[in-house]
Ligand binder design. Sequence first.
Ligand SMILES: [Cu+2]
Length: 385
Amino acid sequence: MITRRTALMGAAFAAAAAPAVIAKQAAAASEAVTPEGKMVDISNLPRRKVKLVAPPMVHEHEQVSTKPPAVIEFEMTIIEKEVEIDEDGTMLQGMTFNGSIPGPLMVVHEGDYVELTLINPPENQMQHNIDFHAATGGLGGGSLTLVNPGEKTILRFKADRPGTFVYHCAPGGPMIPWHVVSGMSGAIMVLPRKGLSDHEGKPVGYDTVYYIGENDFYIPKDADGEYMRFEDVGSSYGDTVEVMNKLIPTHVVFNGRVGSLTGDNALKAKVGETVLIVHSQANRDTRPHLIGGHGDLVWETGKFNNIPQRDQETWFIRGGSAGSALYTFKQPGVYAYVNHNLIEAVNLGATAHVVVEGEWNNDLMAQVMAPTAYGVAHSGTQALP
Ligand SMILES: [Cu+2]
């Protein structure tokens, strides 16, 4: 029988094997680095530093840009840390951009330059990098940003097309899916300079953005069926990859853990407020649905040059993409925002709540009769309602 302790020892073996894999992948990635080429002078562009905030919140930003294109400077520190992912105390050896799962949402405008300082502190074990789906060339920046523990790197790319896009770690080979399902993904929103437009091309805006990052986790179990816990991220690799390769997640969650956006952590809104929900999934397909609400305008693939779909009930986020949905709340109450694979929503964790304040509109919905026993007829036969 494998106890938790022997499981941990087995994991230590896996840790010893892992660095060889990493080193091999690192060599492959560095060969792809070709930073020479057409030099562009951006020295005259204004620069702005933006401090990132943890999801579901999003840093302050303009929707309609009032400024010319600029170099937007972001900084992210990669943090490897153990995180609790459910109410039962199940622990994941996580790998994170800036300490949160998902990493922060960055917001820029089309034509801006994103300049990211990526820091891999010396206490980390792994090499990491970043692949921006919004960027062009260099494996999305992955081939130019591979950093060892104790190194940092600066990547600049031009945000040349609008939309919501995933970014994720992609250090090579089997490290790629492992780092992603350990938490290393996030999203960037590149807004059109004139802001968002509806299906008729008329300007639309939002009062709030919620950033929801969905993750599938694969936590190994020991011989007793208990979730295993590991000493560090390296030692979790061997057992985790076995679960990953069966493609059946043990947890499917929003923002890093079961319940991260429910109960006291629920999102808040008011009747009449318009929210933009940015939803990313870096690895696996999902299908968001707002129970009791709709997607008024949905950019299912997240790309704002396409005409948004209207009045959606459920929309599809392809694994490896970020979609966006705009909705104006019309009715107060608690809304559940779920992955409408309901097993994943209810049993595995992919549920958020939005608590909406305001006045109930009886025209949209009314309880004509509260649930009432419809009685038993005197003859003893059931009456029809
Ligand atoms: Cu990584």
